[in-house]
Every structure is written in C-alpha cells, then in structure tokens.
Design a protein around this ligand. Structure first.
Ligand SMILES: [Zn+2]
Length: 309
C-alpha cells in the first residue's frame, strides 16, 4: 500500500539539508500505510522523520481510537488508598506549596511515603502559585486539564483533534480547537504552560515552544515531556524502540536536542528528568522479536548513546 504523501524537509533545528537515514519502519501501532524513516542531521545530530508526512496529511496518521484523544478520566493524583492520598496531600503541601492540602497530623510513614513520591509529583503537578492559570498545549481529551483543575488551577487547553477538543470541554470552556500556532490566547496570560508528548508530533517544534513561552507570565514555567531518543530504550532497540511511533513522531529528541530547541525559542532549561516505564521496554522487545523473525538486528544508532543522560 502506498504511504501518506511526504515532503523532503531539512532539519528543523539547524536548517541543514544533509542527513543520513538511521531507522526505517512501518507504523507498528496503528498500521497507517507506508514505510517511514528517521534521519540524523549531519550538521547538528538532530533525529527527525525524513521525508516527513505533509502537514495537510498529518491528521491521517491518527485513527479515531487514538488513546490520547479519548482518555476516560483525568490523571488526578488523588487516586488509590486513603494512606496514599494522605501522602500525596502531604507531598503537595510540603514540597510544592499547596498549603490547602496540608493536614495537621501526619505520621512518619506518611512523610516517608510522601518523600518517595516527590519527584513524580513535581513533574505532574506544577508548584502552586496561588489561583494560577494553566494552559495545556495538545490537551487531548483533557487528562492533564482535569488533574490541574482538581489541584485548583484555572485551566485552558489547545487541541487539534475536534472530537478530543470537545471531550476536554468538560473541564473548561477555554479550549482552542485547532492548530497550536493559530490559538489566540493573550501573551503572558498563563503561569504554567505544558505540552505532554506533543512536541514530537509537530512540524516546527521551535515555533511551538516559542508560542508556549509567549503565553507565559513573567516567572512562569513551561513543562515539556517527550520520548527520550537518547535513552536506554532507543540505544538498545534501535528501530524497534517503541518511542519511534512512526509516522506520528516527526522529531526524536534527546535531552541535548530538546535543550537546543528550548534555547532557540528563547527559553532556558531549569531541570531535565528521564523516566522509563517497564512497559515501554516490553513493547520495544515485542517489536524487536517480531523484526528478528523477518530481518537482522538493526544495531544501536552510532553516536546516540553519547547524548543519553
Ligand atoms: Zn540539524
């Protein structure tokens, strides 16, 4: 079957036209027709889909049942046993400034448990600035908006998929259904702007980060989460790495190239954290075993591991 129409675009970080093919795969998750390739920029090392699916065909990469577009419930941190919820409340209050969640009497075990949760919560829950405004870019059906709202934020979202945008309206009427770059939120209007697994899907990631930073009030923070192409999974599994997600992922960031994108957009990286879930390795292993039946071990990307942190 022929693939989606593509365009031979140069590196979106440095503009160089010279690149070399690194990995080539079919769509393993949703069977979009075609075979797609990740290239490495010969000048700056950035990994990107080349040729890439044309802008007007990007929507064809996403089936109606794409998980992000129909998350059933928000990722609220207050889930689980009463003991866990007590620990979450304590961690939010003691480490992130959510004083309204502070309970008077908390035992040593709860405090210990809270200490173990801090890093994860710090990622999912922005520090409390008091009645702050929160914008989630690429909000899908609103999973992160629901969580931020439960924490007390005034929330707004941007989502290009019309059906998903409609679902996200259960949390706020402030939803822009359309392209990120056409959203008309006022400059400086938000204290936090997040983009969870969005940047790797857009044709011009630097332009998107620039808009995100525009929307931030002075002292605001942006939170960006992407798969780590410089991590162990990509190094071990190569073209079988589950984070490749071709043809939906147009860019494949390492901590180094993501920092470069943020700096080119005028921002500064405050901290960077890598976490891999066991299921990602299991998916990759499954793809690798399937490939092994029909082809040779692809090998790790040359130079890839040097950018891992
Ligand atoms: Zn480049």
């Amino acid at each position: 079957m022929p693939g989606l129409p593509t365009v031979d675009a140069p590196c979106s970080l440095c503009g160089a036209a010279e690149s070399e093919g690194v990995w080539s795969t079919l769509d393993r998750a949703f069977a979009v027709p075609g075979r797609y390739t990740v290239a490495r920029c010969r000048r700056c090392g950035f990994l990107y889909q080349r040729p890439r699916v044309r802008d007007e065909n990007l929507a064809d990469c996403y089936p109606d049942h794409y998980p992000r577009h129909q998350e059933p419930s928000p990722r609220i941190p207050f889930k689980g046993s009463p003991a866990r919820v007590r620990a979450v409340r304590w961690a939010l209050a003691s480490a992130l400034g959510y004083d309204s969640f502070r309970d008077r009497r908390v035992g040593l075990l709860t405090r210990l448990r809270a200490a173990l949760m801090r890093r994860r919560l710090r990622w999912e829950c922005p520090p409390w600035t008091g009645e702050g405004r929160y914008l989630d870019v690429g909000c899908g059906s609103g999973g992160s908006l629901g969580a931020a709202k439960a924490l007390g934020w005034q929330v707004a979202g941007i989502e290009v998929d019309a059906a998903a945008a409609e679902k996200s309206r259960r949390f706020t009427s402030e939803i822009h259904a359309g392209d990120i770059l056409t959203a008309r939120f006022a400059a400086g209007a938000f204290d936090v702007v997040s983009a969870f697994h969005v940047l790797e899907h857009v044709p011009d990631p630097v332009a998107v980060v620039r808009r995100m930073l525009d929307w931030l009030a002075p002292g605001g923070i942006a939170i960006i989460e992407v798969p780590n192409a410089g991590g162990l999974g990509a190094w071990l599994f190569g073209r079988a790495w589950s984070g490749l997600e071709l043809p939906r992922h147009l860019s494949h960031f390492t901590p180094e190239s993501l920092s470069r994108a943020v700096e080119q957009a005028g921002g500064r990286v405050l901290w960077c954290w890598h976490q891999a879930k066991p299921r990602y390795y299991l998916w990759s292993l499954g793809f690798w075993l399937r490939d092994r039946d029909g082809g040779a071990w692809p090998g790790p990307p040359s130079g890839g591991p040097s950018t891992a942190r």
